[in-house]
Ligand binder design. Structure first.
Ligand code: ADP
Ligand code: ZN
Ligand code: ZN
Length: 737
């Protein structure tokens, strides 16, 4: 209960709230309120859950204006200091209000006042989960009587019956897992990692199948035996249930049943809360999860692993635009523990640090199992007649593998039937009415098996959909032509070219229904598919034992992208796709169709030479003054009209040119001599869903100078006159420009 105003024994609390306003908010709380505790507070006409950041001796505004806390929440101990520090660092580094960092990082129910209010609140979501677990632990008959089966939190019942592993010596519930004998390189890596004490970033560089996972497991096992917790970050879990199984099986043998908690965005609220709680309470000794797990408090953290550290999905693209990889390194430093970054194709930033000695480089040069690496060949498309976009040698390779009973994968990173529909008579193209982009032609699956598939136009930027017009909207021509090809059309062609073969497709369209991705992957593993057409979805995580051939189409599109990171991503993607093949011993082949076979990127790829590619790419970056030799931030503005977005950016830029006579503390202002602001430019796809977008790039050769500047800049941006008609956001270390 909050004591009435003026009474002794109240505490002033300064609270972070999930609102887009800088600063913290003061309230009056009952005596004993503590830093790190959550509180339900009134804000405007709403009530919100906030986190106490300070208990100041006096409020920042007049005492009469300070409102009372509605309810202090004590269903969890206060958040620990290191977690508060992590959030504070992220807020400062990425220029976001603290509350917008902290609260979205919590499982949903912990930040909703409604979860604590009303007759059915029963002490809040944590108490409800605990009560449910206690009921589940009771004998079966009693449970049935009480009808516990009604599962309002969406928690799978099997999870509830898991007893907390009080003892780390718990006998393994799973049968003993057979361990491979480490090869020399793996052993060296494990030894080096075991010898580390304190903070050290380590790059574990090795091609797919070189046994990196085995190294993570060995090191994790040792950390668990020391009684500490392990955080394992992966780019994606939903698609690769095998990965989860491997980690569970191996690590639960030490951490006890239920000792591995898994967190990702596909979980229901209750499931996520349960996994989070087990990690926070130290019941789970391993936290395996996607980028959002990075913000989970872990009392005994002893090791962080970031698998596939180069993967773009570690970067959040909305709200707090953070890099989980970068924050993992900060967190490891703060906690004084090692952090392992694993990749076959590290980001150039990470590779640069490994080359300059800031990170320890450990290499696994060979595949762990006897299989030879796939042979990569470039198919020069300049002087051959393509058949439906496919070069004759590629078709021959598919035919051969069909004959020998092996599978083929054709990789094309463009979904849909054709990227655009076109009128030969007048030049009309299928532009999106709401975006400055083409609508993609899609073939809808037939309603009844064997029936006709319908065609539809879809915008991949805004989601707009419409029927294919019967005739050209401009000239009435009835013969509209699809131009180019996407995965659906490729699937259709391959079906025609290889009538006896079982052709299937894995992309975002064919896997929309829940469980359908798993189904398709299972069919591929079972050998029920001869030719698989796929986008980057197939590149991640799955090893196909019987895959003998990989064909790659349309790679050149990425080679000449305007985005300076595109070649780095292309190299990683092609290495990854190539790595899917031939793991079981058959010598596999990869053919890449290109009009530019002499390009250094492709030449390095043929040699499986990541280091060679990185050397060349880093030289280019250095001479162009790009990351990792410079640090960047991007200010993006969106408005009804481009001019409004541009005007905002122009004002933002002009502020940096003003003399500091406007009362700004000049000691706060940055050293502008090291900051470059480019001209505001429209985005390449300038209009999306009738919103026009422009951006302004900021660059510096000094991280501290950039940070100093961004701090000052972020403080003035909300006050610029032109903000009235724009939405804007500031992104630090942007991945896409
Ligand atoms: P990566 O993580 O680098 O892709 P994995 O650790 O998954 O590689 O290893 C690939 C395969 O090789 C797995 O099936 C794994 O069990 C096996 N493996 C790993 N290390 C060894 C080893 N030393 N001897 C035999 N097989 C191994
Ligand atoms: Zn026309
Ligand atoms: Zn659109």
């Amino acid at each position: 209960m909050v004591p009435p105003r003026g009474e002794e024994g109240a505490t002033w609390v300064r609270v972070a709230l999930d609102v887009p306003l800088a600063g913290l908010f003061d309230y009056r709380a009952p005596a004993g309120a503590r830093v790190g505790q959550r509180a339900i507070v009134p804000f405007g006409r709403r009530e919100m859950v906030g986190i106490v950041i300070e208990t100041p001796p006096a409020p920042a505004l007049a005492v009469e204006q300070v409102k009372d806390v509605v309810q202090m929440l004590d269903d969890l101990p206060p958040f620990p200091d290191d977690w508060l520090k992590l959030a504070a660092f992220a807020a400062d580094y990425y220029q976001r209000p603290l509350g917008e960092v902290m609260l979205p990082a919590l499982p949903g129910p912990l930040r909703k006042p409604a979860a604590y209010q009303g007759q059915r609140a029963a002490g809040g979501p944590v108490a409800r989960l605990d009560a449910k677990a206690a009921r589940a632990a009771k004998p079966r008959r009693e449970r049935r009587k009480k009808g516990v089966a009604a599962d309002s939190e969406g928690v799978p019942t099997s999870e509830q019956s898991v007893p907390p592993p009080e003892s780390l010596e718990a006998t393994p519930a799973t049968p003993l897992v057979s361990l491979p004998t480490l090869n020399a390189a793996q052993q060296e890596a494990v030894d080096a990692l075991s010898g580390l004490s304190g903070f050290k970033p380590v790059l574990l560089h090795g091609v797919t199948g070189s046994g990196k996972t085995e190294v993570y497991l060995r090191v994790a096992e040792r950390i668990l035996r020391e009684g500490r917790q392990v955080m394992l970050l992966v780019p994606e879990i939903n698609l690769t249930p095998q990965l989860e199984q491997v980690f569970r099986r191996r690590l639960e043998a030490i951490a006890g049943t239920g000792g591995v908690a898994v967190l990702h965005s596909g979980l229901a609220d209750g499931e996520r809360l349960l996994a989070w709680l087990r990690a926070v309470r130290g019941q789970a000794r391993v936290l395996l999860g996607t980028r959002l797990s990075l913000f989970t408090p872990l009392p005994d953290l002893g090791l962080i692993v970031v698998d596939e550290e180069h993967d773009p999905s570690y970067k959040q693209q909305e709200g707090l635009r953070y890099s989980a990889r970068d924050l993992a390194i900060w967190r490891a430093r703060d906690r004084g523990v090692p952090v392992i970054l694993g990749s076959a194709t590290p980001s150039l930033e990470t590779w640069h640090h490994a080359q300059t000695g800031r990170y320890l480089l450990l290499s696994l040069p060979q595949r762990a199992m006897a299989a030879e690496p796939p042979r990569i060949r470039l198919l020069d498309t300049r002087n051959v007649k393509l058949q439906q976009g496919l070069a004759p040698p590629l078709l021959q390779a598919v035919a051969q593998r069909l004959e020998s009973g092996e599978q083929s994968l054709i990789f094309l990173n463009r979904r849909g039937y054709a990227p655009v529909l076109h009128c030969d008579a007048c030049g009309w193209v299928s532009g999106c009415p709401r975006c400055s982009a083409y609508m993609v032609l899609h073939r809808q699956p037939p309603r009844v098996p064997g029936g006709p598939g319908r065609h539809e136009l879809r915008c991949h930027h805004c989601g707009w959909q419409q029927r294919v017009p019967m005739a050209c909207p401009d000239c009435g021509n009835q013969d509209l032509q699809p131009m180019g090809r996407g995965t659906q059309r490729l699937e259709e062609h391959l079906g025609e070219l290889f009538p006896g073969a079982r052709v299937a497709r894995i992309d975002a369209d064919s896997t929309r229904r829940k469980g359908s991705a798993q189904e398709l992957f299972a069919r591929m593993h079972a050998g029920d598919i001869d030719i698989l057409v796929g986008t980057q979805m197939v590149a991640k995580g799955h090893d196909f034992q019987n895959l003998g051939f990989v064909g790659v189409l349309n790679a050149d599109a990425m080679l000449f992208s305007h985005d300076f990171r595109a070649p780095e991503r292309l190299f990683a993607q092609l290495m990854q796709v190539a790595g899917r093949a031939g793991r079981a011993g058959t010598p596999a082949e990869v053919y890449i169709q290109t009009g530019y076979p002499e390009q250094p990127l492709y030449q390095a790829l043929v040699r499986h030479d990541y280091a060679g590619f990185a050397r060349y790419a880093l030289r280019e970056r250095e001479s162009a003054g790009l990351p990792p030799f410079a640090f960047q931030a991007l200010l993006t503005a969106e408005a009804r009209e481009l001019a409004q977005a541009q005007a905002f950016l122009a004002q933002a830029r002009a502020w940096t040119e003003q003399p500091r006579a406007d009362g700004t503390d000049s000691s706060q202002a940055a050293d502008m001599s090291r900051i470059t602001l480019y001209d505001p430019v429209p985005l390449r796809v300038v209009r999306v869903a009738n919103v026009e977008r422009a951006q302004l790039l900021v660059e510096s050769d000094s991280r501290p100078a950039l940070q100093g500047f961004l701090r000052a800049w972020a403080a003035v941006l909300p006050g610029l006159a032109a903000t009235a008609r724009v939405r804007w956001h500031l992104e630090v270390d942007p991945l896409e420009i």
